[in-house]
Write a protein that binds this ligand. Structure first.
Ligand SMILES: [Zn+2]
Length: 313
């Protein structure tokens, strides 16, 4: 079994992964088989379990463990003001709430996964990831992220900045002030890994080829010019990507790239389509622990209980 051709165990919900594992318990497969007779949904589950069983038979114990156990969740944040301006209710976390979320993660045994560790993991150099590894990522470089990230630099956050919007107003988010290069360089010295969010925060799939390459390659060149050792990782603006964008990110020299599709990332996950789950302003300690554990948004019943601001995760 070679890793590039291996299917991605984590391209699935936590429920389906739990079913795959439970299926080895006596009687479970029989029960699923009975459900599959009358339900197309259960038929698909049964087929999925059969595929993974076959792969398990062909794999060594080490390969199987590497494919199905080594994984991590990346959380994504945007603003840290707590102003809850209309339209920003979901992405603007109060700094004190952010501190409480990190404290909850620490108390629950999560450890930060640094940007270089993410890169090494997907290059096959990282070995086994400690259980409960979580990458803290922040997009946009809005000025209000500077102080919280400096304060929590021991969490080894990864900050993705649109390199030619620094020091300006964010056209994509209500004209909020964007951090300056000086502030970004200071964060870099404080231990925050600085990666790319393109040059101008434009939706990459809407651009023509030349513009796209300028945004993708140009921002990496900007980072290399301004910082001694930037994180050669891209976060697609608005998570917007397609196969062409992913290929161009790889060809431009990015080791990995983040989308905003939810889920965990494993060794067989496409390194230029890494998943992240967004943390929202209303997320308390339990919600963040849920997201850091599953890589998924909150279940509908949880959002209903939480109230009117708890829109879709
Ligand atoms: Zn963004």
């Amino acid at each position: 079994m070679s890793t590039p051709a291996a299917p991605d165990w984590f391209d699935s919900t936590w429920r389906l992964r739990a079913l795959r594992r439970c299926a080895r318990l006596p009687g479970t497969k029989t029960a699923i088989g009975l459900c599959a007779r009358s339900s197309p949904r259960w038929r698909a589950v049964a087929e999925d379990i059969a595929r993974w069983d076959a792969l398990r038979e062909r794999s060594s114990r080490g390969e199987w463990r590497r494919l199905t156990s080594y994984s991590y969740v990346a959380l994504v944040y945007h603003r840290f003001a707590g102003e809850l301006k209309p339209g920003q209710e979901r992405i603007d976390i109060a700094p004190r709430r952010f501190a409480r979320q990190l404290r909850a993660l620490r108390l629950a045994g999560f450890r930060p996964l640094a940007g270089v560790e993410v890169v090494a993991f997907h290059a096959g150099e990282g070995g086994e990831l400690p259980h409960r590894s979580v990458a803290i990522t922040v997009d946009d470089g809005i000025a209000d992220c500077v102080e919280p990230l400096r304060r929590h630099a021991r969490w080894q956050p990864q900050l993705f900045v649109p390199t030619q919007e620094l020091g300006r107003s964010a056209h994509w988010i209500d004209g909020e002030p964007v951090a300056s290069w000086e502030e970004i360089a200071e964060l870099d010295r404080a231990g925050v890994a600085i990666g790319s969010h393109t040059r101008h925060h434009r939706r990459l799939t809407t651009l023509d080829g030349e513009e796209r390459v300028g945004e993708i390659s140009g921002s990496l060149a900007d980072l290399r010019e301004r910082l001694p050792a930037p994180l050669e990782v891209l976060a697609y603006p608005n998570g917007d990507h397609d196969s062409v964008v992913c290929r161009e990110a790889r060809e431009a020299g990015y080791a990995t790239a983040f989308t905003t599709e939810k889920g965990r990332n494993g060794i067989a996950t496409d390194p230029h389509r890494l998943r992240r789950v967004s943390v929202h302003a209303q997320d308390g300690a339990l919600a963040v622990l849920w997201k850091a554990s599953t890589g998924e948004g909150l279940p509908a019943w949880w959002l209903r209980l939480r109230g009117p601001l708890g829109h879709a995760p």
